[in-house]
Design a protein around this ligand. Sequence first.
Ligand code: TRP
Length: 372
Amino acid sequence: MHITSQPAAPGPQADAAHSSTDALGVSAAQARSAALEEMILVDPGRFRVLTGDRPTGRLHLGHYFGTLHNRVRLQNSGVETFVLIADYQVLTDRDAADGLTGYVEELVLDYLAVGVDPERSTIFTHSAVPALNQLLLPFLSLVSVAELSRNPTVKDEIAHSQQSSVSGLMFTYPAHQAADILFCKANLVPVGRDQLPHLEVARTVARRFNDRYGRGDAVFPQPDALLSPAPLLLGTDGTKMSKSRGNAIALAADADETARLIKGAKTDSERRITYDPAGRPEVSSLVLLAALCQNRTPQRMADDIGAGGAAALKRTVTEAVNEYLAPIRARRVEYARDRAHLRRTLHEGNERARAVADATLAEVRAAMNSRC
Ligand code: TRP
């Protein structure tokens, strides 16, 4: 196969403003996010948010303070929100999607428990929305193999993948993610920095589609990343908090399990507790966690614990986390009792997403003049 130049390559300035995760790209995205936050306050009705997670296990505190909290805030400020359970994408980094139905339901429970409101937010799965997936084909025609292969997030995911070889699905993941975002014409995607390259692909696809088929009209908006100042919480072993590393405090964990996990967390032997993320990452992450739960600054938190050492720190963190999560956990238990309601929630979300996806696909086909 010979790949020629990039399809409908944009001018150099167009890409420079939103270039990948280099320092410039991140700071540009941050500045843009601050401006967007202002606009949301003034006119939330202008925006539609799409966010999502892969259903690979129960969500944890890293997800909560990283994104969930922010999604609920956006929803409550009046922005229409779509929440995708990316079940097909579970297969990007593993061979089989074992236990998928259970994971999907766990995710819905986590969402409901933290305050995602199905009256205002559409919760749906990939696999229930055929028209969304069908967008992948025209979208793939708009990106080059070279662009896909230099996507830093895909490279990183390949490096951490559980598979021995890279599947086509993994490779085309960013184009699929563009379909996730564009099927509902979302113009706002709250993400962490690691997802910026994916968003770049979605913007590129939208722009090229409009240029090529739009006849002067924009079929798709160019979605903006909304970077929240997401705190980086480490897992209990001092590495990135992650479901697969067994170092995460799940929202659904009970108070005892939480206490046990925090008790086993890595710290250091210095008695005075300080907030020094560079010098003392493990201790500082615990301080930060307690501070987030109590809505205080980490510096004040550390000062209060003072010379109490790791034991006092862990006691404080355990109490703060358990107290903060108590109402969320209580709601989760309530929702878990009513499986029929859970399934209905998903069913209704899927119906809504299907209607939106069908309309977009019809528009795409009309724009592309495909009648078959
Ligand atoms: N890639 C995201 C993750 O791994 C999940 C996801 C899938 C997503 N589709 C999306 C996030 C669309 C934002 C928008 O966490």
